[in-house]
Design a protein around this ligand. Sequence first.
Ligand code: BGC
Length: 518
Amino acid sequence: MAGGAFVAAGGKGQNYNGGVTAFVVFACVVAAMGGLIYGYDLGISGGVTSMQSFLDKFFPSVERKKKAEEGKDNAYCKFDDAILTLFTSSLYLAALFASFFASSVMKIFGRKPSMFVGGLIFLIGSILNAIAPTVALLIIGRILLGIGVGFGNQSVPVYLSEMAPAKLRGALNMGFQMAITIGILVANLINYGTNKIDGGWGWRLSLGLAGVPAILMTIGAIFLPETPNSIIERGQVDKAKIMLQKIRGTDNVDNELHDLIDASEAAKKVENPWRNILQRKYRPQLVLCILVPFFQQLTGINVIMFYAPVLFKSLGFGDNSSLMSAVITGGVNVLATLVSIFTVDKFGRRILFLEGGVQMLLCQVAVGVMIGAEFGTNGQGSFSDSKADLLLFFICAYVAAFAWSWGPLGWLVPSEICPLEIRAAGQAINVSVNMLFTFFIAELFLKLLCHFKFGLFFFFAAFVVIMTVFVTFFMPETKGVPIEEMNRVWKAHWFWGKFVSDEAENNKVHDHNTVARD
Ligand code: BGC
């Protein structure tokens, strides 16, 4: 991208004026509702699908099967059931498809409409879920929720990245992940409460309450400002300047505006972000937009998020303690995300990725060894109190490591590395790969646990090794680099530099622009 190359040479982007205004913070808080919605979904299904009244109403055959199997004591296979996992996983498949439409909506109409549409569809889905009289409507509701999540996950991280000043982009963008983790924790707590409601309608409340953040996001999207990048993308430079001044809290925004216009001009020359991202010069972005979400899911985190109550129950924790354990891991998830927020723009992304990877690896191996030693391959056994506590400790340390590394960075890095002309496509790829593998994990985990037994934890540990090696060699530091200047990071990289340096030959038009402006 010429804009990036030109700017990088001058390095002036580092001197953009302005900081975090209340305006930015408010906008980001509202936008982060998208994360809350997503987190709520991640956290709510595990509890709901284990509620008696929910199973009685929609899946009586599952209940019968479970009762029949209660006698057989194989901890690894207790909860392996196709229909229930489909209830959990269908949402992520819908989100996957939706994110492709969302990418066009975002490009043509801006980030705001995309958030608005997402919030509205999600709201309808949660109402349907709350009143669903039949399984069919329940599933339709899940699909609508998925579409809402697809739109939200597509537009919110991009929105946050574009609103934030470069030096704080990491921390503000992480508002999104923070909201996800709060959503998960709130969902755990709500399930804990609604499970106790007499009359068997607690699950309706659990599912219906998802509408609350959806309302906030929908209404918020009406009042939020559009990002300057998006306004320029649609040709209104003067309006963009006023907006940028408002957002940055200073009149002196010429440098940044110049760079945004420059980037946008380059972007306009290229009509199809999907064709663009396949070009050789965008190979680093393409590869990272695929691998980062893939790796994020292959950490195995959603095994804990979806199935913690089930997992703890399988491992011999009592009913109440298993739910409490889920709440504890949910709490650790939120707190550890804060660590990331406060360190990511100071120490950078790589150190968090690397430390988090090593910590996750150690914990996964420890969990695998403990479960293997206690339950062997036949799945029979139970933990003593002290061993159960130790296991919980390792699971919490694993969740913490994820929550300050791959959790937030899995969304931050893909959203900050793509220049405007490929941003919509890059983000769509990121969201869909994430959803695809979230879907696979939701679908397959209980089956895999049943077959691989404790070895499953080593399986995820092996992936953590691979991703940590990948970060070491192929992930450059992107801390504090303005989005539109990211190109110089690739150019300077020992491996990616080979792809990006071809740019001068491939893109004469951009070079011409650059020189003319100079
Ligand atoms: C991931 C989710 C995960 C969550 C846990 C997110 O970054 O995308 O799949 O459940 O973190 O906090």
